[in-house]
Structure formats: C-alpha cells, structure tokens
Design a protein around this ligand. Structure first.
Ligand SMILES: [Zn+2]
Length: 237
C-alpha cells in the first residue's frame, strides 16, 4: 500500500457498499466477499477456452465442436447473487464506483502478461447516449493503471444497433450480431503492431458478443492472438 493509499484509507475508511458497515480492506463486507464465486477458486473447474464451469478442467463440448475465435477466456467471477446485484446497480443505476470496486476485486486474479492492448466491447451510439457510459470501458479503466496496458476504446466500432443479447436465445444471439462491429480505420496501424489483445465485456453468457468482436478483428488481422475477458461468466446452459 502506498503512502497515499494509507492516507486515503485513514481519511475515507472502507465501507461496505451493500450494508454500509465499516470494513477492513475492500468496500464490501466479508460476508459478501465470501459469496463471490470465481473461476480461479481452488475447487472450481472450467473450460480453458470459454470459462464455462465443468466437472474437470479441460475444453467443453461446445468449444470442441465450434471453437470460438478467441483462444482463452479469463473471467473474474461467476454471475451469481452478489455479483449480479452489483453489476445491475453499476449498469442500470449509474453507480460507477461499483464498476471500479468489481474491477479491483478481479484485478489480483487477472494475468495480463503478453497482452498488448485492451479493447472494451463498444456500445452502439444510441445505447451509449441512453446509458451515459460504456460499462466495459469503465471496467477497463478500473483494471489498469496509466502506465500498464493501453486501452483502445475506439478501435472497434459498433455500427449496427442490436437487440439486447439477454432477450434472445443462442441462435438468435449469433444472427443479431452479424455485421454489428467494424475495425476503426484509425486504429489499424496500432492493431497491426499488436501480437495479442484482450476483448473486455461485463457479462459473458454464450460468448457470442466477444466472439463476434474477435471475428471482426481476426478477419482483418489474422496474426492476432485474442483473449476474452469477462467480469462475470454466466452459465450458458
Ligand atoms: Zn468452452
């Protein structure tokens, strides 16, 4: 902890965002911290490619049958009770500090080695105007410091307004995203110099949004290695 951080802690003692009670380190009481379920927990097994929970570590049937364009997924949490509530308030009640808290809670587990840039999944302009912020960009800013991995918020553009993926079934989700994304011509030189990038989203269910962004990138830059990063992994079935 830096001197500034200890001073900040003295000035603003940590307080649980859910119960309002004073806490030790995080702005979340131990009782809630213990409810967080993470793919990185010792007893959790998951698919190496898409982070779907499995009985044993390995590659799930769906990834074997239809391999996604991204090579690996790092997910901070499973999309269960406490995380669901925090993400909901973060996204729909404009509580941006909750996004920062979730990013900070995820950060110690995230392996950033070899990542040249982070690409938050963009929102369509209409959705951005409606919400006022892009949750994926907020998370990216909470995850990395200024001198760490660069964040490229405008490298991918969402050129087609789409129906919220949560309202659709798996098959509809795929078609809903056809032609939804494009590489920003201004970002082409930066991206062609990257070896590996991470695409970041808040919630991953079937992975079709992250996969569509990965496909958009891979079509233009076949040499790119791509990781999918999701704050929370929902079970897809
Ligand atoms: Zn999988």
């Amino acid at each position: 902890m830096t001197q500034f951080e200890s001073f900040e802690k003295w000035l603003f003692p940590p307080q649980c965002v859910l119960s309002g009670q004073p806490t030790q380190d995080w702005d979340l009481a131990d009782v809630y911290l213990q409810k967080l379920s993470r793919p990185s927990d010792a007893n959790q097994k998951s698919c190496f490619v898409c982070a779907e929970p499995l009985a044993v570590d390995g590659i799930c049937g769906r990834c074997l049958q239809t391999p996604p364009v991204f090579e690996q997924t790092q997910a901070g949490f499973y999309y269960t009770s406490v995380v669901q509530d925090l993400i909901h308030s973060f996204k729909y009640e404009q509580q941006l500090h909750l996004g920062r808290l979730l990013a900070q809670l995820w950060r110690p587990q995230l392996v950033m080695t070899g990542i040249d840039a982070i690409l938050p999944v963009p929102l369509h302009r209409d959705r951005l105007l409606e919400r006022g912020f892009n949750q994926a960009l907020e998370l990216a800013n909470g995850l990395v410091g200024d001198d760490e991995v660069p964040i490229l918020p405008f490298a991918i553009q969402r050129i087609k307004p789409t129906v919220a993926q949560a309202l659709l079934n798996a098959q509809q989700r795929q078609h809903n995203l056809d032609g939804a994304f494009a590489v920003n011509p201004k970002a082409e030189s930066v991206l062609s110099a990257c070896q590996q990038v991470a695409i970041l989203d808040d919630v991953m269910t079937t992975g079709s949004t992250l996969n569509q962004v990965a496909l958009t990138l891979k079509t233009k830059f076949p040499h790119l290695k791509i990781q999918a990063w999701a704050l929370a992994r929902a079970k897809s079935h």
